[in-house]
Design a protein around this ligand. Structure first.
Ligand SMILES: C[S@@+](CC[C@H](N)C(=O)[O-])C[C@H]1O[C@@H](n2cnc3c(N)ncnc32)[C@H](O)[C@@H]1O
Length: 310
């Protein structure tokens, strides 16, 4: 099977490359290599002495790209969480990056492959770990966490109005039999949500579990902070997100880093010592064109933000 054509059409490719790739012989970091869609396009434009360092926590994506890029000596691939960007820079002995990209969330492969346990469209063990070395799966959360915890993640990460009812039903059901599969969770959702809302409710609940299992928001915050500090002056960072919680974090971190002063209004002199580290290049996020959306439905919710290190 050709993973490249079947599972990943890189999103906002031209927009990301044009904004981030400025130096042909620069050092680049791709935090979410996936099946190498963005990487392949960057590498086509980069010179022979460029360096392209990439990470992905997914075993399958890692093995696939290791093989795909084995003959390109500009590429170094790590099966690491992207939050280790600073450690990777040290291992590679690079002073910093001229460009950093992250295309957040899960790949189409992870979403569509039943055995990964992310999708509610097929019955499979409910796992949801992108990184299989993580200890806790979605199944563990459903069977072990408290009702309050479940309400909180469904509400915070899924923005689901029926969080309480769904969490209650989960607790009731697990006292009879443990949750094992995506279908076990779907049965609860079908009992609570009216038919026209079942798909949307399932999307929200599955998203919430995925975010919790992979600690996605916490990792994103850590990654942005470290990424900005490893960017060379004039270097650019581009982040593509797929839901409002991620996009809000990217927007707020960029805005904060752009500020010169965070003193309360009215102080006669600045006492905050805040240093401006970024210039935001996208006041509003960049969205995919209608043409891209019509050929790739994943692009529909994509939001790209770009900033430059000052
Ligand atoms: C949307 S896909 C990236 C697709 C890639 N840009 C391409 O064009 O093929 C996201 C990828 O990031 C990986 N990923 C998500 N969070 C990660 C993290 N914190 N650290 C490393 N990889 C991560 C996932 O395993 C997945 O393969």
């Amino acid at each position: 099977m050709d993973l490249l054509t079947n599972f990943h059409e890189p999103v906002l490719l031209e927009e990301l490359r044009t904004a981030v790739l400025q130096k042909k012989s620069g050092v680049y970091f791709d935090g979410t290599l996936g099946f190498g869609g963005h990487a392949r396009s960057f590498l086509k434009d980069l010179g022979e002495d460029a360096i392209y360092i990439a990470t992905d926590v997914d075993d399958y994506a890692f093995d696939y790209c290791k093989e795909q890029f084995q003959n390109d000596n500009r590429v170094r691939i790590y099966k690491y969480n992207f939050v280790r960007i600073d450690a990777i820079a040290k291992i590679e002995g690079v002073a910093g990056f001229d460009g950093i990209i992250a295309d957040l969330g899960v790949s189409s492969y992870q979403l569509d492959e039943p055995s990964a346990g992310f999708t509610f469209r097929a019955d499979a063990p409910i796992d949801m770990r992108m990184d299989k070395s993580l200890e806790k799966t979605a199944k563990d959360i459903l069977n072990q966490e408290s009702e309050e915890y479940l309400v909180e993640i469904f509400f915070k990460y899924g923005e689901e109005k029926a969080s309480r009812k769904i969490a209650r039903k989960i607790i009731e059901k697990r006292s009879e039999a443990e949750f094992k599969s995506t279908e076990d969770l779907m049965q609860i959702i079908r009992q609570i949500a009216p038919i026209p809302y079942q798909t949307k409710t399932a999307q929200r609940i599955f998203q919430a579990l995925r975010i919790a299992v992979n600690e996605e928001l916490h990792n994103l915050e850590m990654f942005l902070e470290k990424a900005i500090s490893t960017l060379m002056p004039g270097g650019r960072i581009g982040v593509i997100s797929y839901h409002s919680l991620e996009d809000r974090i990217v927007k707020e971190v960029f805005r904060y880093q752009e500020k010169e002063c965070i003193c309360p209004p009215g102080l006669p002199i600045c006492v905050c010592d805040k240093v401006r580290t970024l210039k935001v290049l996208t006041r509003r996020h960049v969205a995919a064109s209608d043409a891209e959306i019509s050929s790739n439905k994943r692009a529909r919710s994509a939001k790209l933000r770009i900033a430059e290190r000052v």
